[in-house]
Design a protein around this ligand. Structure first.
Ligand code: GLN
Length: 285
């Protein structure tokens, strides 16, 4: 067996030995303690104290995790969850892993929320955006749309886990049933925006494990979802309602122009923490 003692702390060298060629040392420690936290409910200092021992089946579970990490499967999928804006969010093959830049978008939306504001997230995926919003500001009335039945099922589990009430609506935003939607004060969306031609520059683990439905658009129509959502916004946003987008870093100018042509005003483009054009906010007049 891979540890003679069954002690959890003795699995750290096992981790490093099996995965050392694939991940940097500092990341390996993070991965190890992340596994300890989620799988065994133990914080780093508790693991380091050294007295926690694992049963045979727990040891096998760790070995299984190591084997999946060897194939570069993201740890979030292996553990079935991640952290987003202080919320525990479930993730699986049907949902993207929430990204830090989307936390910045949530932050920006929260700067503009007010009591009882009605918010709609379009293309919710894991549900990270509506859950983070509702958990931060309990009086909001939050709805979320996705085309994927399975993504909605996962998002509902996360909403329950975070004890927030969100209305989930299954709908294809490219073939929308606008009558089924109410009026909203804020629409937010992080739709698919990665170009098919960007695929060759993407990490293997994103391409192999994350849902392509949530990521990609054809090179010929990079603003497909943005146009559809902005048009719907004209029908369902309240007067002076706000539209927030996460965008592709190379499409800020085009997105602004498209929004201007549709009559949106006060259009503001923001960079993410890496200095890339990443978010847009505008007002329906
Ligand atoms: N930001 C994500 C990525 O780089 C893409 C999210 C999206 O397509 N909406 O993988």
């Amino acid at each position: 067996m891979f540890t003679p003692t069954n002690k959890l702390i003795d699995l750290l060298p096992y981790f490093k030995n099996k995965l050392g060629a694939l991940y940097p040392e500092s990341e390996l420690e993070n991965l190890f303690y992340w596994v300890c936290d989620v799988k065994f409910g133990l914080q780093k200092f508790q693991v380091k104290q050294g007295d926690s021992r694992l049963t045979e089946s727990e040891l096998l579970a760790v070995r299984n995790i190591v084997n999946r990490l060897k194939k570069y499967e993201p740890i979030q999928y292996i553990l079935g969850e991640t952290e987003f804006y202080n919320c525990k969010i479930k993730v699986d093959a049907n949902t993207l892993i929430p990204r830090p830049e989307t936390e910045e978008l949530v932050e920006w939306v929260l700067d503009h929320t007010f009591n009882d504001a009605r918010i709609l997230d379009i293309g919710t995926g894991s549900g990270c955006i509506p859950i983070a919003l509702k958990k931060s500001f309990a009086s909001l009335e939050v709805s979320a749309i996705d085309i994927s039945t399975t993504a909605i099922a996962t998002a509902k589990e996360s909403a329950e886990l975070n004890e927030v009430n969100i209305e989930f609506i299954e709908m294809d935003i490219l073939d929308p049933n606008v009558e089924a939607l109410k009026e909203y004060d804020i629409i937010v969306s992080n739709p698919p925006y990665v170009l098919e031609s960007d695929k060759m520059n993407m990490h293997h683990n994103v391409l192999v494990f994350e849902p392509h439905l949530a990521l990609f658009v054809a090179d010929q129509n990079p603003l497909l979802f943005y146009k559809a959502i902005a048009k719907i916004g004209l029908d369902i946003l309240s007067k002076s309602g706000l539209l927030f987008f996460e965008i592709h870093e190379n499409y800020g100018t085009e997105t602004i122009e498209m929004l201007r042509q549709l009559g949106y005003q006060n259009i503001e483009l923001r960079q993410d923490m890496q200095g890339k054009d990443r978010m847009i906010r505008c007002t329906r007049v």
